[in-house]
Ligand binder design. Structure first.
Ligand code: HEC
Length: 134
């Protein structure tokens, strides 16, 4: 190997190592800083009635997150896990506020949020973007 080629090899190796260091440690969500979500636990949690309204996640969003009780309620099935985790953290902290949704997230622990995010993310998606609409 010539000097320049071995220098290139070392640089690529260093870059790959640096990228690996940025990856989340095993068992952590990538950006929401949550523990690893468990789909089965999330499925159970999604049917637990909230104290504030007496309704569960699936009562309002549908069993798979895709049959909202009201057409103005968002579909959350198949949404990115991190997005769901962030949204629930924001409702819990008050950074995001909504009359119906905020109190649903109030009592949730980080683990419960992670589990719910994992469960709804694992469901089929009906989400779409606006490409081709205009
Ligand atoms: C009483 C009805 C109701 C219940 C119960 C409910 N939600 Fe919601 N949810 C809503 C409404 C309405 C919105 C839209 C709020 C807004 O515009 O910010 C929403 C928004 C959300 C969002 C944000 C979606 C997006 O695209 O940004 C997530 C995530 C979510 N709910 C998850 C849950 C989970 C998990 C539970 C159970 C812990 C739950 N919801 C319980 C009505 C409900």
């Amino acid at each position: 190997m010539t000097t320049s080629r071995s220098l290139l090899f070392v640089s690529v190796l260093a870059a790959a190592t640096a990228l690996m260091a940025c990856a989340p440690a095993d068992g952590e969500s990538s950006s929401a800083g949550l523990p690893k979500g468990r789909v089965d636990a999330g499925a159970l949690q999604s049917s637990v009635k909230g104290e504030a309204t007496g309704q569960s996640c699936v009562d309002c969003h549908g069993a798979d997150g895709n049959q909202p009780l009201d057409p103005t309620y968002p579909k959350i099935g198949g949404q990115y896990e991190d997005y769901l985790g962030h949204a629930l953290q924001q409702y819990r902290s008050g950074q995001r506020d909504h009359l119906l949704m905020s109190n649903q997230a109030q009592g949730l622990t980080d683990q419960q949020i992670a589990d719910l995010a994992a469960f709804f993310a694992s469901q089929p998606s009906q989400l779409s973007d606006l490409s081709g609409v205009y």
